[in-house]
Design a protein around this ligand. Sequence first.
Ligand code: BG6
Length: 478
Amino acid sequence: MTQGTKMPADFLWGGAVAAHQVEGAWQEDVKGVSIADVMQAASRTQPVRKFTDTVQAGKIYPNHWGIDFYHTYPEDIKRFQELGMKAFRTSIAWTRIFPNGDEKEPNQAGLDHYRQMFQALLDAGIQPVITLSHFEMPIHLVKEYGGWRNRKLIDFFVRFARVCFENFHDQVHYWMTFNEIDNQSDWGLPHHLLQDSGLQLQPGENAEEAMFQAVHNELVASAKTVLAARKVDPQLQIGGMLAMVPIYPLTAKPADQMEAMRAMQYRYFFGDVHALGQYPKWLRKYWAQKGYDIPVSAADADILRRGTVDFMGMSYYMSFATAERADGKLEFDEHHDLVDNPTLPKSDWGWQIDPIGVRWILNWMEDRWHKPIMIVENGFGAYDKLEDGHVHDQYRIDYLRAHIEQMEKAVTEDGVDVIGYMMWAPIDLISASTGEMAKRYGLIYVDQDDAGQGSGKRYLKDSFAWYKQLIASDGSEL
Ligand code: BG6
C-alpha cells in the first residue's frame, strides 16, 4: 500500500466504457447499424480493423456481441456498486435513438432502455457521465451523406443531442460531445477518419484537407450542442473529449523542441476550439499555405466563440516523442514523425507507459485551456489469466497506482482542477483498436474469448479489491 492524497469527498472516482464495446444486442429494439457494427476483428499483430460497407455473412464483427451489457447491466451495476464507484461513463449509441441518423422522431425503445439503465445507476449511487458520440455513428450517414464532410450532419447530431438532453437532463449532469475528436489528426490512417468522422476517401483525395473539413463541421456541431444544452437545462455541464498524449522532443536540440511544439499544436487545436472558441493563428496560416479550403464562415466563428465547453474530458494511456523532420519542414504527420522514447517501457501492444506524463499533460491543459478537467479514461490493456476463479493482475494495479499518484500530485501540488477520474474500464470489453477480447482492461473479468465464445461469467480480479479500497479512502490508500 502506498500513501496517496485524500481527494475531495465529491471527487468522481469511477470507471468508463463505451456503448459499442459492451452492449452487444446490435439489432435489438430497432437499433440501426452503426460504424462499429461493420468493424471487423483484428489482432495485436494486425491492429487495423477493416470495415465492410454492410454486415456480411462469414465475417467477424465483435461489437455485435460486446459483453452483452445491454442485458447484463442490472447485475454488472451491482458489482460497480460493490466497488464503490461514484461515476460511470458510457455513451448513448446514436443508432438506438435515431437508427439511421436522419429521422425526425426518435426511437422510443432506445430512449426507454437508457432511462432504465441510468435509473439503475442512480439507484446504486452512481452518477452516469455520458458521451454522445463514441465511434458509433449511423452507417447510413456515411453512405448517404458522406459522413461529417456534409454539413447536414451538424443538424442531425444536434437533434440527437437535444433529444438526449430533453429525455435525460434529470438523470445525467455531465455530457461530452465527441470521444477523442483529436485522434483523427492521425489522418494518414483511413481507419481513424472513418471511425471518427465517417469519411471514405475518394481516390486521389487529400486526406488531411478532408479531415480538417469534417472536423470543422464536428466542432461547429459540438458548439451548437453546448448552446442547445443551455436552452434545455442551464445546469448541464458539457465537455469536449480528447485523447491526451504528450509529444516530447527526443532531445534538447532546438529543432527537436520546435517540432514537438508543432506536434502538440497540431494534435490539440481541437481543444483550443472547444475551450477557447477559436482556431489558433498558426493553423489558419497552415491552411492558407497548403491551399486548403476550410469554410469557416462568420456565423460559424460566432457559434464556436459562444459554444465553448464547460469542462475538458480526456483519456490518457501513453506519451509519444518526436524529432526534427528530415525535410526540415515544421509540419507533423503522426505516421512518419513519431520516434521511440528509449526511456520508457511498453505494454504488450506497444503503448509507451509513462505515469509522469499524466501530470505533465494535466499541467499543460490547465495552463492552456483553464477549464475543469475530467479524466474519463486511463487503464492498462494486458493479457490476463483466469486461474481457479482468480486473476492476479498486479501489473494493472501497478499501472493504475502510478498514474493516479501523478494525477493526485497534479491536483494537490500543482493546483490543477481535476474533477474526476474514471478508469478504463471497470469490466473487460471489446478493444476499440483491435476488436480483441484478449486485450483486457477490466477490474472484472468476463469469461469470453475473441470469437465471443465462453460462459460470459464475471470474476473479480485482484485490481477490483485494490480500486475499491482506493475509492473508499478517497484516494489516500494507493
Ligand atoms: C480510447 C477509446 O482510444 O482508448 C476507447 O476511447 C478504447 O474506446 C481505449 O477502448 C483503449 O483502446 P483499445 O484500442 O486498447 O481498446
